[in-house]
Design a protein around this ligand. Structure first.
Ligand SMILES: [Fe+2]
Ligand SMILES: [Fe+2]
Length: 196
């Protein structure tokens, strides 16, 4: 897939900056995620295109401020969205992100869209790009705290191990809060626990 990264970056910035300072902070976060993804990909010598990595990081939260009303409108065109509409907004911007991205930016690259879709819940089957964005969203430089620092160190040893620990800690944290777990996170944990 060929694309013009500087133009897409401007469009992503335009979209997020409409939300004011919190949108600007979000764009900054997306930049840090992209930077972390590149750093990890080079460190582990992954065979991925730098521009694809950069775009995936920049675009992963593109649907962060999409409203429920907009998701419902999109579901008229893409009925498969309906199965996600019960999920919390925190998860919805990821699972439904690909549809917003396809509609507004015309990006159809399957690997990029899959990486966006599962960046919050995780998925039992993630490729390098999917693991990179899932991991970097948790470990980019603005994420502070013991858990983030621990996973950041682990990610230098093994991407899969770090992903497994994020899933492990997420499950524990959500269980403590007695909140419902997304089935994909449980399935992802089952698939990745072998790397702990
Ligand atoms: Fe997100
Ligand atoms: Fe994010």
């Amino acid at each position: 897939m060929s694309f013009d990264l500087p133009i897409l970056e401007q469009l992503i910035h335009l979209k997020l900056s409409r939300m004011g300072p919190r949108g600007e902070r979000r764009f900054h976060h997306c930049h840090s995620v992209a930077k972390k993804m590149l750093e990890l990909a080079h460190h582990h010598e992954l065979k991925l295109d730098d521009d694809v990595i950069m775009l995936t990081g920049l675009i992963h939260d593109y649907a962060k401020y999409t409203t429920m009303e907009e998701f419902r409108r999109l579901a008229l065109k893409y009925p498969e969205i309906n199965e996600h509409l019960e999920a919390p907004m925190k998860t919805l911007h990821a699972l439904c992100g690909p549809y917003v991205i396809m509609e507004e930016l015309g990006i159809t690259d399957e690997a990029i869209l899959r990486a966006v879709a599962y960046h919050t819940t995780g998925h039992p089957v993630m490729d390098d790009l999917g693991e990179l964005v899932f991991l970097s969203d948790f470990t980019e430089e603005n994420r502070v705290g013991e858990i983030h620092a621990h996973i950041r160190t682990l990610s230098e040893q093994s991407i899969k191990k770090a992903v497994a620990w994020i899933l492990h800690d997420t499950l524990e944290y959500i269980n403590q809060l007695k909140q419902p777990l997304h089935p994909l996170t449980v399935e992802a944990y089952v698939a990745y626990q072998q790397y702990l």
